[in-house]
Design a protein around this ligand. Structure first.
Ligand code: MSP
Length: 436
């Protein structure tokens, strides 16, 4: 068909989207599927617009948490990581996720990247050696000060008990980047999305940034420091290691800079709200130290609950994406997640809401529309859909469609997929009730 819809393919910039790399201490759950499905949707949309795309996902495999999880199961961390990383990858393959690369932080090239970044930060005078004394939450892989703790011991993020650590450490001069970070956020109002999260980051920086411990000595499952530093007992802090994945995958450590030139800076880093600070403060500060451009958007989504309650392994109420897709199909799951929740807000997963949404939107609205089209094409043109006279006789419909397409694009740019779908459905209603 050769209809005169507004061209979707006017812009031709490159598009680079990332998901967080998922920890391998646990199998994929609905939260992981959510980010990955949004990234996939944005990528497919950018492709339709004629952009060159690169979609990166992968697994985060180092750190104390993974080392301990493997020990508990009498496995080496690498064996354990291989298994869980494989389960993420095969789930995305089953879900038809159109990723361009799947990175693992145990990939040799990633290790080289992290070491190269460490050396550059050191050369640029942003790393110094000292001693860290404070509290650490293994579950969140995060350092906390005494005043941040809940009831003197609890992690303010996950509530689990923190442990006190005192060890020699290299520090990154995060405090030096306070002003540059605020300036960047000020000059780029859409760098951190949604706006409420942007404000949260500004408040956090304005309270003052302390330098960040970026190496550990009390366990060994991580990337060692570059040889020239000659300090073999240290491994790189798992968040510095993990964040670098976004440039490793573009060949940061390689001689060929083609992909870096083509795709860096990232168009969107999609993340959950719990890992905002790492992405909106540490990551841009690291990039400034490396003298690399900063990402266009860091976009934080909310959390999914189940039947109104927080999901947890101990409660046994985690929603596993494969179980949902086995029962109802991937496309239905995908539609539900994109339609049900405004990006940035928390969403609730319940079987009732899921079934109602699918029945009303897909079976009734979309299903009936298709039925009607097929019925009419049978009645009037023996199942042939002929485009010849569309522009002549259906200008009203084409106008309505072009207006809708204009607003759709804006919704997709802000990742408001629920509005996008809502608008599209409005069009379906228009057709359904149109007598032409
Ligand atoms: N490994 C780090 C990310 C490093 S990125 C350089 C990590 N991994 S994670 O596996 O624990 O979490 C990955 C993502 O899952 C995070 O964005 C987190 O917000 C998201 N979710 C975890 N539970 C979730 C829900 N219940 N709902 C929605 N997303 C949730 O953090």
């Amino acid at each position: 068909m050769d209809l005169n819809f507004k061209e979707l393919s006017k812009v031709n910039e490159n598009f680079y989207v990332t998901t967080p790399i998922y920890y391998v201490n646990d199998v994929p759950h609905i939260g992981h599927a959510y980010t990955t499905i949004i990234a996939d949707t944005l990528t497919r949309y950018a492709k339709l617009q004629g952009k060159k795309t690169f979609f990166l996902t992968g697994t985060d495999e180092h750190g104390q948490k993974i080392e301990e999880a493997a020990q508990k199961r009498n496995r080496t961390p690498k064996e354990y990581a291989n298994e869980i990383s494989g389960s993420f990858r095969s789930l995305w393959d089953e879900f038809n996720i159109s990723y361009g690369a799947f990175i693992r932080t145990t990939d040799e090239i990633h290790k080289t990247s992290v070491q190269k970044a460490f050396s550059t930060m050191l050369e640029n005078g942003d790393i110094y050696k000292g001693e860290y004394e404070g509290h650490y939450c293994v579950s969140c892989e995060t350092f906390f000060t005494e005043t941040q703790l809940v009831d003197a011991e609890g992690c303010p993020e996950c509530g689990k008990p923190t442990s006190i650590i005192k060890e020699e450490s290299y520090f990154f001069k995060l405090s030096k980047f306070e002003k540059p970070l605020l300036k960047w956020i000020d000059e780029n109002p859409k760098a951190i999305l949604p706006k409420s999260r942007r404000n949260e980051v500004i408040r956090f920086i304005e309270q003052g940034l302390v330098d960040l411990s970026i190496t550990r000595t009390s366990f060994s499952w991580g990337v060692g420091l570059p040889d020239h530093v000659n300090d073999p007992k240290h491994v790189v802090y798992v968040w510095l290691d993990a964040l670098m994945n976004y440039i490793t995958a573009l060949g940061y450590a390689e001689d060929n800079k083609e992909k870096m030139d083509q795709f860096w800076p990232a168009s969107y880093h999609l993340i959950g709200k719990d890992i905002l600070r790492f992405h909106a403060i540490f990551w841009p500060a690291f990039l400034m130290s490396l003298e690399l451009p900063l990402p266009d958007h860091i976009a934080a989504h909310g959390w999914w609950t189940r039947d109104g309650e927080k999901m947890s392994k101990s409660k046994g109420n985690v929603v596993f994406p494969r179980e949902v897709s086995d029962a109802y199909g991937v496309e239905n799951l995908r539609y539900f997640m994109l339609r049900e929740v405004p990006f940035g807000q928390d969403g609730d997963f319940s079987q009732r809401a899921f079934i109602d949404r699918i029945n009303s939107d897909l079976s009734n609205d979309l299903g009936n529309l298709l039925n009607r089209i097929i019925g009419m094409s049978a009645k009037y043109s023996e199942y042939e859909i002929d485009s010849v006279d569309v522009e002549k006789y259906h200008t009203k419909e084409l106008d309505a469609m072009n207006i809708a397409l204009d607003s759709l694009d804006g919704y997709m740019k802000e990742m408001q997929t629920h509005r996008y779908l809502e608008e599209l459905w409005r069009l379906f209603f228009y057709w359904k009730h149109s007598d032409n």
